[in-house]
Write a protein that binds this ligand. Structure first.
Ligand SMILES: *Cc1c(COP(=O)(O)O)cnc(C)c1O
Length: 415
């Protein structure tokens, strides 16, 4: 098989363009289990460095929890390694049903269907339940997987300005004639760490006879008083028509996702959602691990309580040090630097200081909104946060940005 130079050069040019734009993504190899303390090889080929992890979605610190690992081992022994089949042929075990029931109970819905990932849940759900007579009205900042899922669906599509309830209401009025109206939002938005106004959205949906879908991937397990998610936080537990979420973040972090909600909708997904029909579901070993995660969460709110305390401590420390944060009430704490290059330099200096936190800039966040996104975990102890804070302050001093306003930082570094 040859790969002619004429083809190769097309890709080489595209990759060079990505490099040139400064948005080439490089992996950092972790040589240890996922945790607050990790050993990293970066750049590739360099010596291993012990760092404090400030950017995993390991919100509850369960990714390497001994009880979860033990349950996964037991699942491996009792239910084997793989299913070698999709669900509806011969790929469904009793523990898949058990997990679906646990999720239903936890989220306060009517029924649940597992998917290989939340990306797949979002890829499957819209097409399974809507037709070209229907309308999807989504927040402008929803996750990429929702955008892809909506593209795969023949329903019409419109958007509303991020978290603008006035704009959403206008759009609901505009589309009053459609057969079904589905309003779509993330529960917690991953880049800013802000929460959707689900209470107001539920009211609007009731007023205009629309359904509401919430992707709660950055909330399930820890947002709300008992960690049920953004619907609990907003006082609308039991009122969301469709929740999609992931097991790949707070809930052990391995992989898998689901659609949970009204039972007819879940049944439609079982009949029609293509990632469910044509791809293997979550492996038994992971199902067993996630079941243990739900045991841990149902027994006590200790982990989400600790996470909440840690996040408040971290926010307070950074604010008092003179950093500009995105306001919020979640463990996603963005430290605003505005300038793209500054965000990259800052991240590299933090790494030298033993702190692993990634800088984000356009197109991942809007132009001129570059930042270090930190994510707090119940796996962090106060000594981790104190050390990270010291490092942030040292690097902040180096760049002379502590106590500056946005305008002053922009004046110094540009946008
Ligand atoms: C992470 C994430 C997903 C994807 O989850 P996977 O299970 O890893 O595919 C989907 N939606 C949102 C909002 C996310 O943050």
């Amino acid at each position: 098989m040859s790969f002619p130079e004429s083809i190769r050069s097309i890709y080489q040019a595209q990759l060079a363009e990505i490099h040139h734009a400064g948005i080439f993504k490089e992996e950092r190899f972790i040589h240890s289990a996922q945790s607050a303390d990790i050993e990293v090889e970066f750049p590739s080929g360099s010596d291993l460095k012990k760092v404090i992890n400030m950017c995993a979605n390991n919100y509850l610190g369960l990714s390497s929890h001994p009880e979860v690992i033990k349950a996964a081992h037991e699942g491996l022994e009792s239910r084997g390694y793989g299913m070698s089949s999709v669900r509806f042929i011969c790929g469904t075990q009793d523990i898949h049903r058990e997990l679906e029931n646990r999720v239903t109970e936890f989220l306060g819905t009517e029924d649940t269907i597992l998917f290989p990932s939340c990306m797949d849940a979002n890829a499957g759900v819209f097409e399974a339940i809507l037709t070209s007579e229907d309308i999807m009205i989504s927040d402008r900042l929803v996750h990429a997987s929702i955008i892809d899922g909506m593209r795969l669906c023949s329903a019409q599509h419109d958007t509303f300005k991020h978290s603008s309830m006035e704009h959403l209401e206008e759009k609901l009025q505009l589309h009053a004639d459609k057969r079904l109206k589905l309003v779509i939002t993330d529960g917690v938005f991953s880049m800013d760490g802000d929460t959707a106004m689900l209470d107001k959205m539920v009211d609007l949906c009731e007023k205009y006879g629309a359904m509401l879908l919430v992707d709660d991937s950055h909330a399930t397990g820890f947002i709300g008083r008992t960690g049920r998610g953004t619907h609990e936080y907003c006082g609308v537990y039991g009122k969301i028509d469709i929740i999609t979420t992931t097991f790949g973040k707070a809930l052990g972090g391995a992989s898998g996702g689901c659609v949970s909600g009204r039972k007819e909708i879940v049944e439609m997904c079982r009949q029609k959602a293509r990632p469910y029909l044509f791809s293997n579901t979550i492996a038994p070993v992971i199902v067993s691990g996630v079941l243990k995660v739900f045991d841990i969460l149902s027994g006590s709110t200790e982990r989400r309580d600790k996470l909440e305390k840690n996040a408040a401590y971290w926010r307070k420390g950074l604010t008092e040090a003179g950093f500009i944060l995105k306001e919020g009430n979640t463990p996603i704490v963005p430290v605003m630097l505005f300038n793209a290059k500054l965000s990259q330099d800052f991240s590299k200096d933090l790494y030298r200081e033993g702190i692993y936190a990634i800088g984000f800039f356009f197109p991942v966040v809007p132009n001129g909104q570059a930042r270090i996104r930190t994510q707090i975990s119940a796996g962090h102890e106060i000594h981790h946060l104190d050390r990270a804070l010291e490092a942030f302050i040292r690097v902040g001093k180096k760049y002379g940005i502590l106590g500056l306003t946005k305008d002053q930082i922009v004046e110094k570094y540009g946008l």
